[in-house]
Every structure is written in structure tokens, then in C-alpha cells.
Ligand binder design. Structure first.
Ligand SMILES: *[C@@H]1O[C@H](CO)[C@@H](O)[C@H](O)[C@H]1NC(C)=O
Ligand SMILES: *[C@@H]1O[C@H](CO)[C@@H](O)[C@H](O)[C@H]1NC(C)=O
Ligand SMILES: *[C@@H]1O[C@H](CO)[C@@H](O)[C@H](O)[C@H]1NC(C)=O
Ligand SMILES: *[C@@H]1O[C@H](CO)[C@@H](O)[C@H](O)[C@H]1NC(C)=O
Length: 559
């Protein structure tokens, strides 16, 4: 009884201690961030100077010093705040979160100036302008002047870059997730609170069809090209883009084929290929132009709008969402940490190395990652060959031919025969699919170069860069149901084998794992019919015309 009582008291004391320490934790935390900071006990807020000069647009997403708290450009609403900026932070002539909304001709109207949060929320402004401000023609953003008599003045938002003051209120404390924490630790990664997502801009231009495969920066979270779901988000993305590099950004908004208008049939393309539908009018009520072309497959962010995008290259803004968690593998993590161009795709990590060496040297140089059967890349179909070109060669501006793991091992037959993919550990796979070869190849020489998106054979003494592949031990043993191809199967030329009475979908999958060329299965639970297919639903040449109706069948991709 006594024991229980004292345990209870200890627990109570601990609870009190934890509770008591909260307020002081915030001030301690405040003083740990940034080089110039100030904790204001009167308003329980933390003020941090960011000394790197930026233009106004670029500052708005940068107030993320304190993980677990929502920051914004400072709102010096009182003379005390002005005094903090002036004396404690020595940050006069720095951006604060005050902006004009209205016609540029009416900037001098004080009622049109608001304190603005990064998510676009606005609050009415206090009247602490320096005498004579805001001046007509002075600009639509505000600098803190920072003395204790009066406070701010207006300047053009695109003025010379300036330092800025961020403010964190202890009342904005929220449970911080792992993704948020990771995101806020990195320069140039941005947290979008409304969607609980982390945004990363990749400025290399890529074709959207391929760039979506490269949203693998944060192992443990599935990525996709950004879903700009609100006008505020579009504005923030536009500002981020213009600060880093003015160029087009592709989005994860795609369009179904054969629509009657450009504004219908739009959907968000998820990482797994699944389509999430939505109504464009609910997101962009003001957008009346620029989504006009039913034939365009993709969209990109242009100014304040989303516009049609046909085939073409653009920068990629990858978005990682808290809800799209998965358990990453060790290879996945190691692949993401490489600085060389790389792609983690269907159980393999492909790495391009731009060193010119002979085939024998290349073959021994796949040592970027330990323990995953490092080998020269095995690219045994057109899809993989195109994938390497569009994800690793073209965007990196690398040399147009690279060694891959294909050799002529048996030279007794005709010139175009005897070629094998070198799988490693003494295993080989004979070439059966010649569609990825350039016309006239293979020629009978011993080694193989990936030339643009074709395979070509040459002497092994040429010095060329190379592409390595590291393989998951479980590659090819998993199956993933694909919702987009429900009640569908591939055309007959893509069917490798048919089984009439396999009692389980698992048995159908097992048959597929025994066939190197099997990339998916379709299975009908009622008839127990199982078809092994040489394509999967991600394969880029599998357009809808290669898929036909098959009621009752479920489609599983192998990976
Ligand atoms: C201004 O700051 C002083 C201490 O520096 C404090 O005593 C006073 O209450 C503050 N006034 C307001 C309005 O916050
Ligand atoms: C200033 O702006 C407010 C809010 O938009 C408006 O109601 C007011 O008429 C404007 N004043 C002048 C003098 O234009
Ligand atoms: C779209 O229309 C074209 C021409 O009318 C047709 O050939 C094609 O099959 C249609 N595609 C789809 C997915 O319905
Ligand atoms: C090598 O190729 C020849 C001609 O195609 C064939 O007869 C022979 O069996 C092959 N040798 C091996 C070891 O596969």
C-alpha cells in the first residue's frame, strides 16, 4: 500500500516536472537556433534573425528553424517588438511578414496591409508605420526599421535581398512527426504544413514520365511529383521556384485520354500509379484558362496557374507525405545516399559512373555499395534500356555510351548469337529479346555499350563510363495488385504462359518467379485461370492500346 502510494507520488512529481519544464523548454530551444535570437517572455515567442540576404518571395518558406513549431516572418505588432528587432537582434532594414493586398496604385492605403502567414492566412495590420509611410510607389512589402518610436516602411518585394526576422510562438507547438523533423533539418527542403508533406526541388530537367521514378530521396516515404492542391500552395511553389531557378515545374496532376474538355478527367497520379480524382473548380475557382487541351497528358506550374504540358522536360518538385510511409530496405537507404546519378527501381539500385575505363576495369568497379551483388547493369528489355537513358544519361548530360553487363560468351555460332547477361555469382541469362538492339547489332564483338536507348556491341578495349546495378536479395519475388488494370490483361503477344487450374493467386505468382521474362500475372479467382505476362503495368511502352478487357481478372505486377 505504502509502496503503491509512493510510486503514485513519484509519478505525480514527474508529471508536474514535465509540465513545468514546458515553458522553459521553449525558451531554451529558442536560444539554440540561429546565431541571433531572442526569447520574448511577454508574448512567449521566439525571434530569430536569418542573416543570409534573400528577396521577399524566397523568405516566406524559410522560417523553419524550430522543429515542432510553425514559424513565420516576424509580426512586430507592438513597439516592444520593434525594440527587440532594433536592440536585441540588430536586424534593422530586414523583411517582416507585412504585405500589401490590392492594386499597386493604392499601396498608401494602410487598411490594405496585412500580416501574412506562410499558408496564406492574413491578419489585419497594426498602425506602426514610420511617419509618411506607406508611400505610394514605395512597394508592396515591408522592412522593419526597428527603433522604439515607430516601426516599418514599405519597399518593393523584389528589392535588393535583405536579412529577415522569423517569429515562433510557443502556442503553435505541435506534435512533430519524423518526416517533419527530417524535412526541417535540411537546407532547401520545405515543409508544407497543410498537407503534412516535405517538398524537394530537383532542378535537373527531366521528362515527367521518368522524373516521377526519381522521387526516392527520403527512404521510408513514397514520393511523387507535387500535388498543388490549393492556390496558396501554387503561389508558394512559384516563389520557391523563382528563388532557386526560374524554370517550369512539372506536377503530379495528369489527365485521362479522350476528354471532351481540358478541365475534366484530371487526376493526381500517386506513387503506385493509382489515380486520385478531384474537381479542378474546387481547387482553382479562378482558373478559367490554361487547362484547355484534352490531348495533353501532363501539367506544370506557370505563374499562378496550372497549365497543359505535352511531352517535354521540366524540373521536378518531389513531395513526400507523412501518410505514405513504408519500411525501407537497406539497399533503398544506401542507394538514396549516393551522390552519383542513381535510380532505385523494382528491387535494383542503378548507379552511373562517369569514369572512362575498359570493360574489364568497369566490371570490377561496381563497388559503390557492399553486399548486394554489385554488377554491370542487366538491361534485358527495351523498358530498362530506355529507363537508363532517360533517368541517368540524359538528365546528367553524361557521355552517350556506357558499358552494361552483356558479353558474347559463346563464339562458335553465327555473329549475332552467343550473348549472355552476366548476373553475377557465375550466373548468366541468354539474350532472348533483341528489340533493344540498334539495327545491325549485335555484330559478333565481345562487349556491349548502351548507346542512347539502344544496345550496341563493340570491342572491350574502348574506354567508356559504366552503369552498375545492386540487387535486392528478394528482387522478383513480390507481387503488387494494380488497381488501374483491374479487369484487364495484356494483348496475346505479351502472354508467355497459361495455366488453367491454379488454386491460388500465390501459385500463379510462384510460376512467374520461375520465368526470368515474366513481369506480371493476371489471375481469375472464379475460373482459376492464370496468365504469365512479359510486361508489367509500369512498363513505359505498355500504352492502353496494349491492354484489353478481361472481366474477373486481377493484375499483379512482379517486383
Ligand atoms: C514591453 O516590454 C516590457 C519589458 O521589456 C514589459 O514590461 C511590458 O509589459 C511590455 N509591454 C507590452 C505591451 O508587451
Ligand atoms: C482603403 O482600403 C479599404 C479596404 O480595402 C477600403 O475600404 C477603403 O475604401 C480604402 N480607402 C481609400 C481611401 O481608398
Ligand atoms: C481515344 O480516341 C482514339 C481516336 O478516337 C481511339 O483510337 C483510342 O482508342 C481512344 N483511347 C481511349 C483510351 O479511349
Ligand atoms: C555454343 O553455340 C553453339 C552454336 O549455336 C551451340 O551448338 C553450342 O551448344 C553452344 N555451347 C554452349 C556451351 O552453350
Amino acid at each position: 500500500m505504502i509502496l503503491e502510494y509512493s510510486a503514485c507520488v513519484i509519478l505525480l512529481i514527474q508529471l508536474v516536472l514535465i509540465h513545468e519544464s514546458r515553458g522553459s523548454l521553449f525558451s531554451d530551444e529558442c536560444l539554440r537556433h540561429g546565431l541571433k535570437n531572442y526569447y520574448d517572455p511577454t508574448t512567449d515567442s521566439c525571434w530569430i534573425v536569418q542573416a543570409t540576404p534573400l528577396t521577399y518571395d524566397r523568405t516566406t518558406l524559410q522560417c523553419n528553424h524550430m522543429p515542432g513549431y510553425d514559424g513565420h516572418l516576424a509580426f512586430p505588432k507592438t513597439l516592444n517588438h520593434s525594440w527587440i528587432i532594433w536592440t536585441k537582434l540588430v536586424a534593422y532594414n530586414s523583411w517582416i511578414g507585412l504585405q500589401h493586398f490590392g492594386s499597386p496604385a493604392t499601396v498608401s492605403n494602410k487598411s490594405e496591409w496585412y500580416w501574412v502567414y506562410p499558408d496564406g492566412r492574413k491578419e489585419g495590420a497594426a498602425d506602426l508605420w514610420i511617419n509618411g509611410y506607406p508611400t505610394a510607389g514605395g512597394g508592396e512589402c515591408a522592412y522593419s526599421y526597428g527603433n522604439n518610436v515607430n516601426s516599418f516602411y514599405n519597399v518593393p518585394c523584389t528589392s535588393v535581398p535583405a536579412k529577415f526576422v522569423c517569429q515562433y510562438d510557443s502556442s503553435t507547438a505541435h506534435h512533430e512527426t519524423t518526416l517533419e523533423h527530417k524535412c526541417k533539418q535540411q537546407n532547401q527542403w520545405f515543409w508544407w504544413e497543410a498537407d503534412k508533406s516535405c517538398l524537394l526541388l530537383d532542378t535537373v530537367r527531366r521528362w515527367i514520365e521518368f522524373s516521377k521514378l526519381l522521387c526516392t530521396h527520403i527512404p521510408g516515404y513514397r514520393g511523387h511529383p507535387v500535388f498543388p492542391k490549393t492556390i496558396e500552395k501554387i503561389h508558394a511553389i512559384g516563389a520557391l521556384r523563382d528563388g532557386i531557378k526560374v524554370d517550369s515545374i512539372g506536377t503530379g496532376m495528369e489527365r485521362d485520354k479522350n476528354m471532351t474538355s481540358g478541365k475534366v478527367g484530371l487526376f493526381w497520379r500517386r506513387f503506385d500509379g493509382y489515380k486520385e480524382s478531384f474537381n479542378i473548380k474546387a481547387i482553382l475557382p479562378g482558373q478559367t484558362i490554361s487547362l484547355d487541351a484534352p490531348g495533353a497528358d501532363y501539367t506544370f506550374i506557370e505563374g499562378d496557374l496550372i497549365s497543359d504540358w505535352w511531352d517535354g522536360t521540366a524540373m521536378t518538385l518531389c513531395e513526400y507525405e507523412e501518410t505514405l510511409r513504408y519500411a525501407p530496405t537497406l539497399l533503398d537507404i544506401q542507394c538514396a545516399s549516393l551522390s552519383l546519378p542513381h535510380l532505385y527501381y523494382q528491387g535494383s539500385c542503378y548507379v552511373r559512373q562517369e569514369t572512362f575505363v575498359t570493360y574489364d576495369v568497369a566490371k570490377k568497379s561496381c563497388t559503390h555499395i557492399d553486399g548486394f551483388n554489385g554488377r554491370l547493369a542487366v538491361l534485358h528489355n527495351s523498358e530498362l534500356v530506355r529507363l537508363m537513358y532517360f533517368t541517368l544519361t540524359l538528365p546528367s548530360g553524361g557521355y552517350d555510351s556506357t558499358y552494361v553487363g552483356l558479353e558474347r560468351l559463346n563464339t562458335t555460332g553465327a555473329a549475332g548469337t552467343g550473348y549472355y547477361w552476366i548476373l553475377g555469382n557465375g550466373q548468366t541469362l541468354p539474350v532472348t529479346d533483341f528489340t533493344p538492339f540498334l539495327g545491325g547489332h549485335p555484330t559478333g564483338t565481345s562487349c556491349t555499350l548502351l548507346y542512347n536507348y539502344y544496345l550496341t556491341t563493340y570491342e572491350c578495349t574502348y574506354e567508356r563510363p559504366f552503369i552498375c546495378e545492386y540487387v535486392e536479395p528478394t528482387k522478383g519475388t513480390h507481387f503488387q495488385v494494380n488497381a488501374n488494370t483491374a479487369n484487364m490483361k495484356a494483348l496475346p503477344q505479351f502472354i508467355i504462359q497459361v495455366y488453367d487450374d491454379l488454386s491460388l493467386q500465390e501459385s500463379c505468382g510462384y510460376q512467374c518467379t520461375k520465368e526470368p521474362g515474366c513481369h506480371s500475372v493476371v489471375y481469375n479467382e472464379n475460373t482459376r485461370n492464370c496468365l504469365l505476362q512479359s510486361v508489367n503495368s509500369n512498363m513505359l511502352y505498355v500504352k492502353s492500346t496494349n491492354i484489353i478487357s478481361a472481366p474477373g481478372y486481377a493484375w499483379y505486377d512482379r517486383y
